[in-house]
Design a protein around this ligand. Structure first.
Ligand SMILES: Nc1nc2c(ncn2[C@@H]2O[C@H](COP(=O)(O)OP(=O)(O)OP(=O)(O)O)[C@@H](O)[C@H]2O)c(=O)[nH]1
Ligand SMILES: [Mg+2]
Length: 280
């Protein structure tokens, strides 16, 4: 459903099913790898994750680190280590940097459970980790990078993975790819619009203009964005006229402009940003 006003609600049937299946599989895994979008270290976290996971060990990955400013992200890593009590790492699933530390840490976090099973007389088995997170944060991309293959399907929109899928990484680790989930209700509309910026909610749930306008408001304080579009202040009209994205008669084509602005942001052309506020 298209909406002109900025109100985002998106909870399609496949996500409800995915959430049920995630809860069902949780008892079968030793560790959970939670993936967040590094541009939204808080807003891309699943609100009830702690309640959902109970005592299950968790590894936290801030993915798409290549789209953020390194030093700012470092501060977030320190903050999240303390506030979650989990190991926290940054990843870039599109980059060339090796991610085998993810395997090492997942195996280490599983070891207590595996030792407990062996103490009961069972043979050692591979550690099992479930990869969870909001849609489009890069869960499947991380798995593909770890297997150096295209075993899981990826794509630049929310809801690409529709089924859970086990992937064997090596004899010591199996990963379960899961469809991205978001909370049933988007009560927090500031969070919802940030999730729209990074395509964690489907573009069917909103119109581009109000979302791009909200993005421009958030980017107003960054001079490089104004420079990029050659404008003195950020608005859809100003960018449209500066770029000559106009309709017949010279009126600003705000819909087209909004789509381009969102695309520019998502692909990192406007600069490197973290759009959550680091708590003091
Ligand atoms: N720049 C950048 N893009 C990434 C990174 N990781 C993934 N992507 C891109 O983000 C998009 C989503 O990646 P997926 O791996 O499909 O995300 P997902 O979390 O599995 O998404 P769902 O299956 O929909 O829940 C794809 O276009 C990837 O190429 C990264 O570290 N940096
Ligand atoms: Mg996926």
């Amino acid at each position: 459903m298209k909406k002109d006003k900025l109100h985002i609600h998106w909870y399609p049937g496949h996500i409800a099913k995915a959430e049920r299946q995630l809860k069902e599989q949780l008892s079968l895994v030793d560790v959970v790898i939670e993936v967040r979008d590094a541009r939204l270290p808080l807003s891309s976290s699943y609100t009830n994750i702690k309640k959902l996971l109970g005592e299950k060990p968790r590894l936290l990955l801030l993915n798409k680190a290549d789209l953020t400013e390194k030093n700012e992200l470092k501060k977030w890593v320190e903050y999240l280590k303390i506030s979650t009590g989990c190991p926290v790492f940054v990843t870039d699933a599109k980059g060339t940097k090796d991610l085998s530390f993810v395997i090492k840490n997942a195996v280490e976090l599983s070891e207590l459970k595996i030792q407990a099973l062996m103490a009961k007389g069972l043979l050692r088995r591979a550690a099992r980790a479930m990869v969870v997170g909001m849609p489009n944060v890069g869960k499947s991309s991380i798995i593909n990078k770890l297997t150096k293959s295209s075993k899981t399907k990826i794509g630049a929109k929310a809801g690409v993975t529709r089924q859970q899928q086990w992937v064997r990484i090596n004899p010591n680790l199996e990963l379960l790819d899961t469809p991205g989930i978001i909370p049933t209700r988007q009560d927090n509309q500031i969070q919802a619009v940030k999730l729209a910026f990074v395509s964690s909610v489907s573009e069917n749930a909103y119109s581009p203009e109000p979302v791009a306008t909200a993005l421009l408001e958030m980017l107003e304080k960054y001079p490089q964005v104004k420079e990029y579009y050659g404008v003195d202040f950020l608005s859809l009209d100003a960018v449209a006229l500066s770029r000559n994205w106009v309709k017949k008669g010279g009126e600003a084509d705000t819909e087209r402009t909004a789509v381009y602005i969102l695309k520019d942001f998502r692909e990192g052309r406007l600069g490197l940003f973290i759009l959550d506020e680091l708590p003091q």
